[in-house]
Design a protein around this ligand. Structure first.
Ligand code: ADP
Ligand code: MG
Length: 371
């Protein structure tokens, strides 16, 4: 690449159709990549300093790409950007790239995103995946380009270094998404299988208007509860537990039943059975609310309103405690159903819900200049 050439890396956010709080227990999940994502327009810097702007933040991130290390995360150049958290995301990703032995070069970059941040649509995974593609592509060596499972793992490692103990679902969905297909992820083997989504189905996403943070204590507590169940059962992950063994442990029970639901949902997709799909979504929401206790009254209300408005079924998506719900509806009625549920939700709660219909979209890639 010549010094002046601008390139554009793009990576999507995701909506998880089913399989919530299963990824960190080696289970299955079934997200789709969405048409919204993060665009990183970049070119190699003249020196070792990366200078990165984002349309979501005023502060510019300046970081020495050669010397950055975990120890320097807090002491890096542009303090204000580190206070907002986005500087730390960048530095953590660079640390992850270095830790995993990837060749990178400093970049000048502009970040643009149409994924709402902190809404459970995984703006952070799409941001880290696109940025990892940019840093490695800028190194301009035949072996530097990062893709596939290693791209997903590096972006996940960036989140971990940044203090967010997420599973692998978001990054895998962002990397492996395909139009018209959901991505069945086996989180134990980090392998994926594409599952066609019938064109007659519309995926409705409604944001509750409540922010959530994945790194918060509730998420960490659920992970600890699941780890404790594994220890009690002498297994490495709840994927290996059966229902009898976890009957008295609601947290573990959710994970075990949710894994089953993912596989039944896949069968219902293959059979093009929308009522079965809807029932499974509703069961998943009940399990997340009653057993795993990660719902809120607002998310419960949104799911009920979507069912009342004619959706096949609805559930909270993402870690919970706010963020979004996902519903399936007949493609022709999906917009009316979403509008109706959002309108009634606004009347009841005075919250302004962002809502949209989405379809399964393609995963991370470099865009041609005109795209
Ligand atoms: P989400 O559910 O959207 O992934 P997170 O809290 O995990 O929510 O991620 C949001 C964080 O990811 C932001 O605070 C920032 O650090 C980073 N991020 C995501 N998108 C952008 C962007 N367009 N520009 C800068 N930082 C971003
Ligand atoms: Mg995130």
């Amino acid at each position: 690449m010549t010094q002046q050439t601008w390139r554009t890396a793009w990576a999507p956010g995701r909506v998880n159709l089913i399989g919530e709080h299963t990824d960190y227990q080696d289970g299955w999940c079934l997200p789709i990549a969405i048409g919204r994502g993060t665009t990183v327009k970049f070119r190699p810097s003249q020196d070792a300093i990366s200078v990165i702007t984002s349309d979501r933040f005023h502060e510019v991130v300046r970081v020495n790409t050669d010397t950055v290390s975990r120890a320097q995360i807090r002491g890096a150049d542009s303090a204000a950007a580190y206070e907002t958290g986005w500087g730390s995301s960048v530095v953590s990703l660079i640390a992850a790239l270095r830790e995993r032995g990837h060749e990178i070069a400093a970049i000048e970059a502009h970040v643009h995103s149409d994924v709402p941040l902190g809404s459970g649509l995984s703006s952070s995974a799409s941001f880290m995946v696109a940025l990892a593609m940019a840093f490695t592509d800028a190194a301009d060596s035949p072996t530097s380009q990062l893709h596939g499972v290693e791209l997903a793992h590096t972006a996940q490692r960036g989140e971990h270094i940044n203090g967010v103990p997420c599973g692998i679902m978001d990054q895998m969905a962002s990397v492996f998404g395909q139009e018209h297909n959901a991505v069945l992820i086996d989180c134990r083997s980090a392998t994926t299988q594409l599952i066609p989504v019938p064109d007659s189905l519309g995926v409705v996403v409604i944001h509750s208007g409540l922010p959530r943070t994945l790194a918060d204590s509730q998420y960490a507590q659920r992970r600890i509860a699941c780890a404790a169940a594994c220890e009690r059962l002498g297994i490495s992950a709840l994927r290996d537990a059966n229902l009898d063994e976890v009957a008295d442990d609601p947290f573990a029970r959710h994970v075990v039943t949710e894994n089953r639901r993912v596989l039944t949902f896949v069968a219902a997709l293959r059979a093009n059975d929308p009522s079965a799909l809807g029932s499974i979504l509703n069961e998943s929401h009940r399990s997340l609310a009653d057993d795993f206790m990660v719902s809120t009254p607002e998310l419960d209300t949104l799911c009920s309103l979507l069912n009342d408005a004619g959706a096949y079924g609805a559930r909270l998506t993402g870690a919970g405690f706010g963020g979004c719900v996902v519903a399936l509806a007949d493609i022709e009625g999906a917009q009316v159903i979403a509008d109706e549920a959002a309108r009634r939700y606004q009347q009841l709660t005075k919250l302004q819900p962002l809502h949209f219909i989405t379809a399964a979209a393609a995963g991370a890639r470099f865009l041609a200049n005109r795209e």
